[in-house]
Design a protein around this ligand. Structure first.
Ligand code: FES
Ligand SMILES: [Fe+2]
Length: 439
């Protein structure tokens, strides 16, 4: 489906409450180092937009739940008894304790550990011990947990603290087209997120992690050793990052609107066979042989091409990153601490060899490559926090080279090493933060 034509993103200008943080081609270090600005982001940015909280397949049964966050706010994502979704602020209406302290489970109600107030998973307060002490006018209905807005797009669940947000599909803008393409690769078999997640905490600002998923400049330099291992084993297969000027490769960075962007590596990865261009993975030959035995060489390769390599990094602002076949969710903790969660995915009804292959391929990231990135995240944080004399962070790549143009799908594209993604999401950052400041 063709996308909505996007105007070329413009450089931020210095106006409004936060204008002092932006110059054409630069953003201020405070965006990564100021605790006050971090607190404002948690309240106003994450409080005024759709935030990814989980996938429908994580809570398939009535009364399933998972604990999540919206910025720093603890929330509970619930499958209600009737099959609908609810997202509750995990903050007891009595004194503020967490009413749910278990990361995941199945429960029709939650009982606060402090004074045992009890709430159904739709938020209704059903139990207050020794209620008589509040007087005869007391109504338990006034004590319900706060429900916030929730909506899902093809299994991806988003929540918003503010009811004043556009419909989810409008918010997703062009990211919806790319999510569709990601989901429809192999006959639209439903994606399952049921393997738990790999999570770690990095001493870096959440935006540094978000930046990196859209940064097509760093791979050949930050991931040198990983790419060399792949090259030694399989030859020069890794998406043309080996080219001396990889900006001339078919790899692209695209603006999808509302701060969302993609690194589209498919023009290189799928030029021959995505499967043939995959990284090393243990047991790869045996899994392929089993599929060939069962389905024949042509169909086996078609399935492997369709469901293994995605070739997309999709940044959905502010906290959802689709990387290869994985879903990455960011949980900001402090200005210099972020929990990064990687959820691997399988396909409902796919041959077991396909799902095994997907899981094995997901071992290169995060297990292999993420340590490279994390080292850079923490190094950036150190430099940005501890060198106050240098205030500005450079986001100029391809801003003025004239290399961008509208692609055939209607989206603005620039070469892979562009800082387009930063200029795009900082535009969304400013719009949401300024609108909140104006209220
Ligand atoms: S704080 Fe939850 S019952 Fe008192
Ligand atoms: Fe990386």
């Amino acid at each position: 489906m063709p996308g909505t034509p996007m105007p070329r993103p413009t450089a931020p200008v210095s106006a409004g409450r936060y204008g002092h943080l932006f110059r054409p081609g630069y953003v201020h270090r405070d965006l990564y180092a100021s605790p006050e600005l971090f607190a404002a982001e948690m309240r106003h940015l994450f409080g005024n937009t759709w935030v990814y909280v989980g996938h429908e397949s994580e809570i398939p049964q009535p009364n399933d739940f998972v604990m999540r966050t919206v910025g720093r706010r603890p929330v509970i994502l619930c499958r209600k008894e009737d099959g609908g979704l609810s997202v509750l602020l995990n903050r007891c209406t009595h004194r503020g304790a967490l009413v749910c302290r278990t990361p995941r489970g199945n429960a029709r109600h939650f009982t606060c550990g402090y004074h045992a107030w009890t709430f159904l998973n739709d938020g209704r307060c059903t139990g207050v011990p020794l209620k008589h002490a509040y007087g005869s006018e007391y109504d338990r209905a006034d004590q319900n947990l706060r429900s916030i807005a929730v909506d899902a797009y093809r299994g991806f669940i988003f929540a918003s603290v503010s009811p004043h947000v556009p419909p989810l599909v409008e918010h997703l803008a062009g990211a919806r087209d790319f999510l569709d393409q990601w989901l429809d690769r192999d006959g639209a078999r439903p994606v399952l997120v049921q393997n738990g997640d790999m999570q770690f905490q990095t001493h870096a600002n959440w935006k540094t992690v978000y930046d990196n998923a859209g940064d097509g400049y760093h791979p050949p330099f930050s991931h040198t050793s990983m790419l060399r291992v792949f090259a030694d084993r399989y030859g020069d297969v890794d998406m043309q990052y080996y080219a001396k000027n990889f900006d001339e490769s078919p790899l692209l960075s695209k603006d999808l609107g509302r701060g969302h962007t993609t690194l589209d590596q498919r023009p290189a990865m799928h030029a021959e066979s995505a499967w043939r261009r995959q990284h090393v993975s243990p047991g790869r030959e045996a899994l392929e042989a089993a599929l060939v035995d069962r389905y024949g060489a042509e169909e086996a390769l078609r399935m492997l091409d369709a469901s293994t390599g995605s070739g997309l990094n999709l940044n959905i602002f502010p906290n959802l990153l689709i990387i290869g076949n994985q879903i990455q969710m960011l949980e900001p903790v402090a200005v210099n601490r972020t929990v990064v969660r990687w959820f691997s995915t399988t396909l409902d009804g796919a041959p077991p060899e396909i799902n095994a292959t997907r899981l094995r391929l997901q071992e290169d990231f995060p297990s292999f490559g993420e340590v490279d990135d994390t080292a850079q995240f923490e190094s950036c944080q150190h430099g940005l926090e501890d060198v106050p004399e240098l205030e500005w962070v450079d986001i100029r790549r391809h801003m003025d080279t004239g290399a961008g143009r509208t692609d055939t799908d209607g989206y603005w594209r620039e070469p892979i090493s562009s800082d387009l993604h930063l200029r795009c999401y900082y535009g969304a950052w400013r719009r949401i933060m300024e609108e909140a400041a104006a209220r």
